[in-house]
Design a protein around this ligand. Structure first.
Ligand SMILES: [Zn+2]
Ligand SMILES: [Zn+2]
Length: 92
């Protein structure tokens, strides 16, 4: 009788531990599964390179840089963004 109740208690404790772990795991998963727009490509999934004409400032001698259309960066449409792998967003 003594042995039996002892093993039941242990089973309950183990069950609780599993549930707690599962809850924590789900929490962690939800934390990780937050979609963030990729900062490197601003969500378009293409590789952005700094404009060498205006050095990333977007303007050239007080005028808007025509090479990058005043963005300060050039979008490489044939290359995927290395930070998000071309997805345009990252999971964090
Ligand atoms: Zn990106
Ligand atoms: Zn430029």
């Amino acid at each position: 009788m003594m042995l039996r109740s002892d093993s039941i208690d242990r089973a309950e404790v183990e069950q609780k531990t599993i549930e707690e772990k599962a809850a924590k795991y789900r929490e962690e998963q939800q934390k990780q599964l937050v979609k963030h727009k990729c900062k490197s490509c601003k969500g378009d999934g293409h590789k952005h390179v700094r404009c060498s004409m205006c050095d990333g400032t977007g303007s050239l001698f007080m005028y808007s840089c025509t090479t990058c259309k005043a963005k300060g960066y050039i979008i490489k449409y044939d290359e995927d963004c290395p930070d998000c792998g071309g997805e345009g967003y990252v999971w964090k």
